[in-house]
Design a protein around this ligand. Structure first.
Ligand code: ARG
Length: 276
């Protein structure tokens, strides 16, 4: 089936962090094995390709300076959640990543964001908060504290729906669920508690289901501009399902970063201005 011409892309504003200091020298999720070799040069090259692709698609990419000693800082999605020009900056669960948060506070302040709120409870930014139209879906279970969901609702001024993750391989919401448009999502059912699955079925009866194979290659760690969906190229079944729905999937190879448990979406923080 060819792309549905009624789907329209909207150009986006992203924040990314070059993996200059990328490494896997600690393990805070099941994907990270510090005994396995990592090619930092390859990680940089794959990341550069992702950035170039976003620019080619007409998006704006801002950069935050990578800090030596913070090898996971490439995963910019975790730095904050930005809605209506308000930045809710992360508070990381693990001490290994804690020092990333002040760098985001400084970045948003320097950019003149009117609201820069440092989360009180553990909150891993867009890793666990996904904006779907007027609603925010929020993950908990491994990283973001449930109490942080109410805080996000208050600071960002949008309704937050709590979803509980139960599989340690899918420790952030953005590893198990992708936002495709203002009203559509895809997700891997195996990552959620029974109660959260009921919630998802009620809210999104037409969601695109992802297979275990797609989930295992981080296929859901994708980013959509409303028409083009950038996702790991190994997620072939998901790409086909998206094509059937009129989206244009674009597969990328970013497998070196998967050694740290991250992919396309993890590298990308969306900066939403007023009214977006
Ligand atoms: N190694 C990082 C961590 O465990 C990976 C973060 C991936 N980011 C994401 N948005 N899922 O924190």
């Amino acid at each position: 089936m060819s792309s549905d011409p009624t789907r329209t892309a909207r150009s986006r504003h992203y924040l990314m962090c070059r993996p200059t200091h990328f490494a896997v020298d600690y393990s805070i999720n099941p994907w990270m094995d510090p005994t396995k070799p990592v090619d930092a040069g390859l990680a940089i090259a794959q990341w550069e390709q992702l950035r170039a692709l976003f620019l080619e698609l007409g998006h704006t990419v801002e950069l935050i300076e990578p800090i030596p000693g913070l090898p996971d800082m490439v995963f910019a999605a975790n730095g904050a959640t930005v809605v209506d020009g308000k930045a809710l900056v992360a508070r990381f669960r693990h001490p290994e990543r804690a020092d990333e948060a002040p760098a985001y506070v400084d970045w948003f302040r320097a950019e003149g964001y009117p609201v820069v709120h440092r989360a009180e409870f553990t909150n891993e930014g867009e890793g666990d908060y996904l904006v779907v139209g007027e609603r925010i879906l929020a993950g908990t279970g491994f990283r973001t504290d449930r109490r942080a969901h109410a805080e996000a609702e208050r600071v960002l001024g949008r309704p937050v729906v709590t979803l509980e993750l139960v599989d340690p391989r899918y420790y952030h919401l953005d590893t198990a669920l992708s936002v495709l448009s203002e009203t559509e999502i895809a997700y891997y059912p195996g990552a959620f508690s029974a109660e959260s699955l009921t919630t998802l079925q009620e809210l999104y009866p037409d969601a695109v289901p992802a297979t275990a194979e797609d989930a295992a290659v981080f296929g859901l760690n994708a980013i959509s501009d409303g028409r083009r969906v950038v996702l790991p190229e190994a997620a072939v079944q998901l790409a086909e399902a998206l094509r059937q729905r009129g989206f244009e999937p674009i597969g990328v190879d970013i497998t070196e970063l998967l050694k740290a448990g991250g992919s396309v979406k993890c590298c990308t923080l969306e900066l939403r201005g007023a009214g977006e």
